[in-house]
Design a binder for this molecule. Structure first.
Ligand code: NAP
Length: 270
C-alpha cells in the first residue's frame, strides 16, 4: 500500500484525505492519504522522515508552504520556485510543485471560461492571490490586483512584472467594469455573509470566481448570479489543485467528478 499525506498546522479539517482516497478507490489504487500536523521548526525533519519512511507524496498547507520551498533537499519546479511556495511534494523525486494557481485556472477552464486574452481583477494579495496571480501571469492575461492594504497589491504586481498593476480596493469600481474575470482571493465571505465587491459593480458579462469554499455559495457568488454573471466556486480550485497533485504523484488520469463529489459531500456535512 502506498502512503500520501498532508503536512500543516492545523490539518484536522483538511478535505484532501476524502478527496484523494475517493480517487484511489475509483482507480483501484491501493493507497491511503493521512493528516500529519507538523509544528514550525519541524518541517525539514518531517519531510526527510517522510522520505525515509517511503511515503510517496505530501501536500503542504499553511503555514509550511514557504518553509518547504526553501529546503535544500527539494528541487522546486519553476512555478513553485518563482512563488517561493510549495503545496505538493513528490518524495520519490524530491521535487516541489505549486498546484494551487494552476488549480484555479483549470477550475475556470473546466467551466468553459477563456483565460487567454482575459482582463482579470484579483481582489486580495495574500497566499491564495499570489498562487492565482502567478498562474495567470503564465498565461496571456492582464492582471489588476486590488487589496485592502494597497502596498501589498503593488508589491505582488511588481513581483509578477509584465502589465500587472496593484491598487487599493477603491479601484474596484472602475476596474471591475472593464474586466472579463473577477476573482475574490480574500477571506471575505468566509466567516460572515459579507462581500469584498459591492453588488452594483457586477454585470452579466463577468465571470466571477470566489476562492472561498466555505460556504460554497458566498454572498459575492449570490450577487453575481443575481445579475446573470457566470460563477465558479472555490471548491473547484480545491478539487483541481488535488487533481494536479494526483497526476504528479501517480501519472494516472484523475477521476475529477469523483474527487469533486467527495469534496462537496464533506463541505455539505460540515
Ligand atoms: P491570507 O494570506 O491571510 O490573505 C488574506 C487576504 O484577504 C489579504 O489580501 C487580506 O488583505 C484580505 N482580507 C482579509 N480580511 C479582509 C477584509 N475584512 N476586507 C478586505 N480584505 C480582507 O489568506 P489566504 O491564504 O490568501 O486565504 C484567503 C482565502 O482563500 C481563505 O478563505 C482561504 O480559505 C481561501 N483559499 C482557498 C483555496 C482553494 O483551493 N479554494 C486555496 C487557498 C486559500 P490585507 O493584505 O489587507 O490583510
Amino acid at each position: 500500500m502506498d502512503i500520501y499525506g498532508i503536512i500543516g498546522n492545523p490539518v484536522e479539517h483538511s478535505l484532501s484525505p476524502p478527496m484523494h482516497e475517493a480517487a484511489y478507490d475509483e482507480t483501484g489504487y491501493d493507497a491511503r492519504y493521512c493528516k500529519f500536523p507538523v509544528e514550525d521548526g519541524d518541517v525539514e525533519t518531517a519531510v526527510k522522515g517522510a522520505e525515509a519512511l517511503g511515503i510517496k507524496g505530501l501536500n503542504v498547507t499553511i503555514p509550511h508552504k514557504q518553509a518547504v520551498a526553501e529546503l535544500d533537499a527539494v528541487e522546486n519546479d519553476p512555478t513553485a520556485e518563482k512563488m517561493a511556495a510549495v503545496n505538493t511534494l513528490d518524495l520519490e523525486e524530491m521535487k516541489g510543485y505549486n498546484t494551487d494557481g494552476v488549480g484555479a485556472i483549470r477550475a475556470l477552464e473546466h467551466h468553459g471560461v477563456e483565460v487567454d486574452g482575459a482582463e482579470v481583477v484579483v481582489v486580495g494579495a495574500g497566499g491564495a492571490a499570489r498562487a492565482v496571480c502567478f498562474a495567470l501571469s503564465e498565461r496571456d492575461t492582464r492582471i489588476r490586483i486590488a487589496n485592502r492594504t494597497p502596498e501589498k497589491a503593488r508589491d505582488l504586481a511588481d513581483e509578477l512584472g509584465g502589465s500587472a498593476e496593484g491598487y487599493s480596493l477603491d479601484a474596484l469600481k472602475d476596474t471591475v467594469s472593464d474586466a472579463d474575470i473577477l476573482i475574490n482571493a480574500t477571506s471575505v465571505g468566509m466567516e460572515e455573509d459579507d462581500t469584498p465587491v459591492p453588488a452594483e459593480y457586477l454585470d452579466s458579462d463577468l465571470v466571477v470566481f470566489d476562492v472561498v469554499y466555505s460556504p460554497l455559495e458566498t454572498r459575492l457568488l449570490r450577487d453575481a448570479k443575481e445579475v446573470g454573471a457566470k460563477t465558479v466556486d472555490g471548491a473547484w480550485m480545491l478539487v483541481f489543485q488535488g487533481v494536479e497533485a494526483f497526476e504528479i504523484w501517480t501519472g494516472k488520469k484523475p477521476p475529477v467528478d469523483v474527487m469533486n463529489t467527495a469534496v462537496r459531500r464533506r463541505l455539505k456535512d460540515d
